[in-house]
Ligand binder design. Structure first.
Ligand code: SAM
Length: 375
């Protein structure tokens, strides 16, 4: 029963509405002469379109798989970094190739991206890039916030648009039990406030909920969203941990979260801002504050996925749950030209998986866990 609930997708590849989700990239297409209007125009796809018709415009780049936290649901606490990191100019060259093919949004992640000493410089260099429409990139960062207090303003000044801070509890004791780092809660809270003061708004807080771990924090987070003027987004736990913790029963589903909050603070659903938005958004009945729920398990959104990932060692992953990786950096190192690298990216994205298979019989965990992929 639980499993069948978990398997109901929100949208399906190939389903009618999916075709309306395409976000076009402006291409120069000659106008057809009126006399030829009866001839069907060939389908025009931006370069980064997969074989299921999804346009990929969102690149997530892990710049390290080191992390200064050992969150109990993510890491075993015994494994350190597993993969090498690239030099700043190598990330830049690879990202520039993606941008030249239609990527408009880049999110830097890890591991913990604030551990990279050259992060501010990377952001500054990325801000110089232009999309196919000639616009600056939409530049975002995901961090645990531990080192954010002193870096928020320099990151904003370098051109970062938005930040998402991961926080899995609003009470200090629970937070420190999860991160396994003493004093972590006050550091992250200071980081959140510094990011807000720097104008990195809207500031999003991501919280992964696990039954029996931190689901007692739901109502506290709803209040936190209002008090701290942040958008709190609850995320369903996915089987992406280093150990073997995941079961369908440990997932706190969207429905349950809504019911729990709704009992004390009535919620009103907000319309999606874009088709590929992963979070369902809600405000409170007085219109103050926002929460979001990201439900990749109980209401998968693969049909609207617009993402591709680059790991810290330069491999393309076309899905969080990919069993295979595509060694873009290996090709760069062996002297491939930009044209060859671009062709490799386009071909790899064509083969993007239709969807994940969480909870289905025979499901295989991906070849890397979240901290080593980049969330
Ligand atoms: N260190 C950064 C941070 O803490 O945000 C970036 C990397 S971290 C792996 C990215 C996000 O993935 C965090 O919000 C984390 O909570 C989330 N995450 C980790 N394991 C997860 C899992 N099994 N299911 C869902 N989200 C997960």
């Amino acid at each position: 029963m639980m499993l069948s609930l978990l398997l109901r997708p929100r949208s399906r590849i190939g389903a009618g509405p999916f075709n309306r989700l395409r976000k076009g990239i402006r291409l120069k297409v000659p106008m057809a002469a009126p006399s030829l209007s009866a001839i069907p125009a060939p389908a025009i796809h931006p370069p980064l379109t997969d074989s299921h018709g999804r346009v990929i415009h969102d690149l997530r780049v892990s710049i390290t798989d080191r992390c200064n936290y050992k969150c109990v649901y993510c890491r075993t606490g015994e494994m350190g970094a597993q993969y090498p990191e690239l030099a700043l100019d190598e990330y830049l060259r690879l990202i520039e190739l993606f941008v030249g093919l239609g990527i408009t949004k880049v999110r830097l992640t890890g591991g913990e991206p604030l551990l990279r000493r050259d992060l501010v410089e990377l952001v500054r260099e990325l801000k110089r890039l232009r999309t196919l429409d000639g616009e600056p990139l939409d530049l975002a960062l995901t961090t645990n916030g531990h080192l954010l207090e002193s870096l928020a303003q320099p990151l904003k000044d370098a051109g970062l648009n938005r930040i998402t801070v991961s926080m899995d509890a609003v009470d200090a004791a629970t937070f420190e039990r999860i991160t396994r780092i003493e004093g972590s809660f006050s550091k992250v809270l200071a980081g959140v406030r510094a990011a807000r003061a720097a104008g990195l708004m809207p500031l999003k807080i991501n919280c992964v909920l696990l039954r029996g771990f931190n689901d007692d924090q739901i109502e506290g987070f709803a209040r936190f969203a209002r008090d701290e003027h942040v958008v709190v987004r609850f995320i369903e736990f996915m089987p992406l941990e280093e150990g073997r913790l995941w079961t369908p029963e440990i997932v706190v589903t969207l429905r349950e979260i809504l019911d729990r909050i709704g009992r004390t603070l009535p919620l009103v659903e907000l319309p999606p801002r874009e088709a590929s938005e992963t979070a369902r958004r809600y405000t409170f009945s007085d219109g103050v504050g926002e929460i979001g729920i990201i439900a990749p398990v109980s209401q998968a959104f693969c049909g609207a996925c617009s993402r591709v990932r680059l790991t810290s060692d330069g491999k393309i992953r076309t899905c969080l749950f990919s069993q295979v990786e595509h060694d873009l950096y290996g090709r760069l190192r062996s002297g491939a030209s930009n044209d060859e690298l671009r062709a490799y990216i386009v071909g790899t994205i064509r083969g993007k998986e239709a969807r994940h298979h969480i909870g289905e019989p025979g499901f295989l965990k991906p070849s890397r866990s979240m901290v080593h992929i980049g969330g």
